[in-house]
Design a protein around this ligand. Structure first.
Ligand code: SF4
Ligand code: MG
Length: 314
């Protein structure tokens, strides 16, 4: 796959309890059990690819991904199939992942059939139960995807992801295609479900505003690299990387005390397949220095606040 060429995973661990993923150019991140890690960046930054690599829907060209005590990247097909019960995805466009010719019941029971879970009766029961949990009615089971609105379809997408009782859900821009008013409803639903089922989320978005309230920690990606990662409050109150600052200044923050430096991102997003030398952001950075053009900044921790920028390399 071509994506792998510019988005190598170069080693890392992912854990249910405590582990880490070293994704993208020796950068590492971990997700703690029960928390939400937001991953934000413009399209083409590699965030969806990261999600797919974690699921091994794409094979990493290099590196390790660990889930609980097992290394996903070294699993056999059988082991991988078992692990996929525990890790499910919610997609941006639920319509594309719902077979239009299948009833909601058939769509929802499919993951159970794939993983050989329960009897026909058990499956039916669980379908009803899940529909109610996501705020739909159990008699929606006999309807078809086109009979639902975008928001309802995303609820069905969420129900489908929950069918196998996963531990981790990777949500790839789950609300990006929805109206703003519906976005909040779906985000609240996801929050409630997280509490109820003690789920861990990796929540991918292109906008820092969307992940603010759902994420415990947020990582920002740029051209296949993680460039900053911190606890949510810290990241939004005290962003360090010029790219994060620019992204934040574009988000409406309803806080009169919020001091936005309103850094503008100038220029086009370079091609992800041929990122600029040194700091990949240097072609658009308003505080670019000479060293930025030639030397890749190290991704380092400033008391648990990770940032890759020469401004902080000293
Ligand atoms: Fe800007 Fe240099 Fe920092 Fe890159 S390393 S974000 S170019 S200051
Ligand atoms: Mg994407």
């Amino acid at each position: 796959n071509g994506l792998k060429k510019y988005f190598p995973i170069t080693g890392g661990i992912f854990g249910g309890k405590k582990g880490e993923v070293k994704a993208v150019d020796d950068v590492s991140f971990f997700v703690n059990k029960g928390e939400t890690l937001g991953i934000v960046g413009e399209s083409g930054c590699g965030k969806s690819t990261t999600g797919r690599l974690l699921m091994r829907l794409l094979e990493a060209s290099d590196g390790k991904i660990r889930f609980e005590d097992k290394e996903i990247t070294r699993m056999s097909k059988t082991e991988l199939r078992k692990t996929r019960r525990d890790i499910q995805m919610v997609f941006q466009d639920p319509y594309a992942s719902l077979n239009p010719r299948h009833s909601i019941e058939k769509i929802l029971e499919e993951p159970l059939i794939v993983h050989r879970i329960g009897s026909k009766d058990d499956r039916k029961k669980r379908v009803q139960e899940m529909l109610e949990i996501v705020g739909l009615s159990s008699d929606h089971a006999r309807r078809y995807p086109h009979q639902f609105s975008g928001g309802q379809r995303q609820r069905i997408g969420i129900a489908k992801a929950l069918m196998t009782k996963p531990k981790l859900i990777i949500a790839d821009e789950p609300v990006s295609a929805l109206d703003v008013s519906i976005q909040a409803q779906v985000l609240n639903l996801m929050k409630d479900i997280q509490k109820e089922f003690r789920l861990t989320y990796i929540f991918i978005a292109h906008d820092l505003g969307v992940v603010r309230h759902i994420s415990d920690r947020v990582g920002v990606m740029y051209l296949g690299r993680l460039i900053e990662l911190a606890n949510s409050e810290v990241l939004y109150d005290d962003p360090k990387h010029p790219y994060t600052k620019a992204l934040l200044s574009a988000v409406q923050i309803p806080d009169p005390d919020y001091k936005s430096e309103a850094i503008q991102i100038s220029g086009e997003l370079p091609s992800p397949s041929n990122p600029p030398s040194g700091c990949a952001f240097h072609t658009r950075c308003s505080v670019c220095m000479d060293i930025c053009k030639t030397t890749k900044p190290e991704y380092r921790s400033l008391d648990g606040h990770y940032v890759a920028c020469h401004l902080y390399n000293r």
